[in-house]
Write a protein that binds this ligand. Structure first.
Ligand code: ATP
Length: 333
């Protein structure tokens, strides 16, 4: 069931430009984590460093007892095999149809027969909902379908860790909702460790088990979804609620005079909106790594805003979730 990734004191710079420093976090095995941050804060650089495409200046990336940040080329190659990466544009080869794109890593990295490859590729095509489109070229399909094809390709080597670089970029809200559901369903199915970089606040609020936020060259916070959605920390609160008021400005960072002016005007940052229920896998199932709604809040004595955990159908997941667990336990007897 997925592997844990422990990032410890990671720092990355390009020449004299420090992208981020002293980043420490743990991606728990099998859980879904989201990484947020204003443009240019180094989220893509973080993903590339995790997968070993970039080497950090300092710090460690512990996976299965090995430090990916400092191991030799051979070990790095082995550790990379644990990863699947969904790049922003799907990174498909334009001249290959979807089937051959998805089969590519299997043909490159394994000695499987074409019959075995066919079985795996078609299973992944089915998983991402692209059955019937396998003969199409990337240029003939929509952006959403390209992302799905990229996701199928990221899955073919059965990765333990999947990194998603803005899976929702360029997608309309409906396609984003469908893709988010696919991501949650795949996590429930393969139980790998997921890290998603996104700018989509709805995705960040509803999909993950954990959220992290990069700002001003550091990781401001990383922890359970409920912790960040109920946080008073100004940057976290501003970003997760998509507000103008707060430390982040037009040019990413407000200067001191702007912040002082805001403070003098006594702007109220506004109350917290209700915490939405977490997106559930399809078919009334529960992900193995999922926590019941309200658990972090209750354990930390935080009372959620009124209307929290109620979905668009009016179901209150504080009541619905235990019912679902009961149904599963009874079903399992
Ligand atoms: N190979 C590189 N060489 C030099 N500088 C780089 C390199 N890759 C990224 N950078 C710089 O690192 C910083 C962070 O870039 P990155 O693309 O990771 O940001 P981001 O948070 O993913 O942004 P966005 O949300 O807009 O995608 C930027 O200033 C970028 O110019």
């Amino acid at each position: 069931m997925g592997v844990e990734v422990v990032v410890d004191g990671l720092t990355k710079s390009f020449g004299r430009q420090v992208v981020w420093e002293d980043v420490s976090l743990t991606l728990p095995a099998g859980e879904i984590s989201v990484l947020l941050g204003p443009s240019g804060t180094g989220k893509s650089v973080f993903l590339k460093t995790l997968v070993g495409l970039l080497r950090p200046d300092r710090g460690h990336i512990w996976i299965d007892g090995h430090d990916l940040a400092h191991c030799g080329e051979r070990k790095l190659y082995e550790l990379r095999r644990l990863f699947g990466v969904l790049f922003q544009d799907g990174a498909l080869f334009g001249s290959l149809n979807l089937y051959d794109n998805i089969a590519f890593p299997l043909r490159e990295h394994t000695k499987k027969t074409e019959a075995e490859i066919r079985r795996i590729v078609m299973a992944k095509i089915d998983l991402v909902g692209l059955v019937g489109a396998e003969g199409k070229l990337p240029g003939e399909i929509s952006g959403g379908m390209r992302k799905r094809a990229g996701l199928a390709r990221a899955l073919v080597l059965d990765p333990e860790i999947i990194l998603f670089d803005e899976p929702d970029s360029g997608l309309d809200p409906v396609r984003t909702a469908f893709l988010n559901q696919t991501i949650v369903d795949i996590n429930a199915d393969i139980e790998a460790t997921f890290l998603i970089v996104t700018h989509d606040i709805n995705t960040a609020r509803t999909v993950p088990d954990n959220i992290g936020l990069l700002f001003r060259r550091e990781l401001v916070m990383f922890g359970p979804r409920e912790m960040l959605l109920s946080s008073d920390e100004p940057v976290v609160r501003q970003f997760l609620n998509a507000r103008r008021h707060g430390p982040i400005g037009m040019s990413e960072e407000k200067d001191v005079s702007e912040l002082e002016a805001e403070a003098q005007m006594g702007h109220d940052p506004g109350g917290l909106p209700p915490i939405p229920p977490q997106l559930m896998p399809s078919g009334n199932t529960i992900r193995r790594s999922q926590q019941p709604p309200g658990r972090w809040l209750a354990a930390n004595g935080v009372i959620p805003p009124q209307g929290s955990f109620v979905d668009e159908l009016g179901r209150d997941w504080l009541e619905e979730y235990p019912r679902l667990i009961d149904a599963h336990l009874n079903g399992a007897k």
